[in-house]
Design a protein around this ligand. Structure first.
Ligand code: FES
Length: 323
């Protein structure tokens, strides 16, 4: 839902329930303060939420899109991440009001597909659970779910998902206990292409593996979602740098663990964004000089000569951007 300026509508939503649903995973239910209906969403959608420390983070919706009056997210407390999930889990309580942008979808479920293969790694189950809830509520379509996690204790929605299997619908849950050799072998799933559409959400190594294994599948039938991937984590050798906004004659320091986008916002400068993980292309900005450390999955080598994705990429020393 966008306003006349092409920006997503901002909502003030109350946390009406919060619950620990697995080790390090917290569920939040959000509703309008008056309990009224909310902007609709489709399976695979996410919310952009301002967490208590002031930064914005994307979280996939995990409830059924047919729920008209609530949004539900499940958040993993990412130690070593950028601090958004820790801020939300540690500091947001039932009754608090959060600033939220209306749902957006970068991981659309193709409703014309005759069958689905879902692959979820860890907290990547959230958009996929919304998809399954929707498919089950609206059709008899078959699907297969592969839900890969480290341990039963850290697996969200475990009992509910186990109970979703039925005729034509299979659930495979695998725990690797952090042992690489114990990883689930997905090759038998993808060896023979089918008419199914594949939806994969999880850590970067899992998505890379599925991407490699589906190279012989039709491109339009394989879909990925990238929130919370390792891409957005600070790297050990990150250093602060300076970003200069040439048109507005402003310069800011970008500390370690903070993105250019966040620095701009902290100074009251609005910039378009959506995924905030370097995958959607929304925050593309022209850069004019300096050395950029590109970390996105959007720009090709040629485009990188003049563009930077300010939600994720960094600079070295000083960079100038066209703002
Ligand atoms: Fe999606 Fe930056 S907001 S690439």
């Amino acid at each position: 839902m966008e306003d006349e300026l092409g920006k997503r509508t901002r909502l003030a939503l109350q946390i009406t329930r919060t619950e620990s649903i697995a080790d390090g995973i917290q569920l939040f239910e959000l509703r309008a303060a008056d309990g009224g209906t909310l902007p609709p969403f489709t399976p695979g959608s996410h919310l952009n939420i301002r967490v208590p420390n002031g930064s914005f983070r994307n979280y996939s919706l995990c409830n059924n899109p047919m729920d008209g009056d609530r949004y539900v997210i499940a958040v993993k407390r990412e130690v070593g991440g950028r601090g958004g999930s820790i801020s939300l889990i540690d500091n947001a309580r039932a009754g608090d009001v959060l600033e939220v942008k209306a749902p957006d979808n970068l991981f659309e479920l193709d409703l014309s597909a005759p069958r689905y293969v879902f692959v979820a790694g860890g907290i990547g189950i959230t958009p996929i659970l919304s998809m399954i809830r929707f498919v089950n509520a609206t059709s008899d379509k078959p699907w297969d779910l592969y839900y890969l996690t480290r341990s039963p204790e850290g697996t969200a929605f475990l009992d509910e998902i186990r109970g979703m299997a039925g005729p034509g619908r299979t659930v495979t849950i695998h725990h690797d206990h952090g042992v690489r050799e114990a990883a689930f072998d997905l090759w038998p799933v993808f060896e023979e292409p089918s008419k199914a559409h594949v939806y994969c959400c999880g850590p970067r190594p899992l998505m890379d593996a599925v991407r490699d294994m589906t190279g012989h599948w039709p491109l339009h039938a394989v879909h990925f979602e990238d929130f919370g991937s390792d891409l957005v984590r600070p790297k050990a050798d990150d250093v602060p740098f300076t970003v200069c906004l040439v048109k507005s004659h402003k310069s800011f320091e970008v500390p370690v663990g903070v993105t250019i986008l966040e620095v701009l916002r902290n100074h009251g400068i609005d910039a378009p964004s959506s995924c905030e993980s370097g995958t959607c292309g929304t925050c593309r900005t022209t850069f004019l000089s300096g050395e950029v450390d590109h970390r996105d999955l959007v720009l090709d080598e040629n485009e990188r000569k003049k563009n930077i994705m300010i939600c994720i990429s960094r600079g070295r020393g000083k960079i100038e951007i066209d703002r």
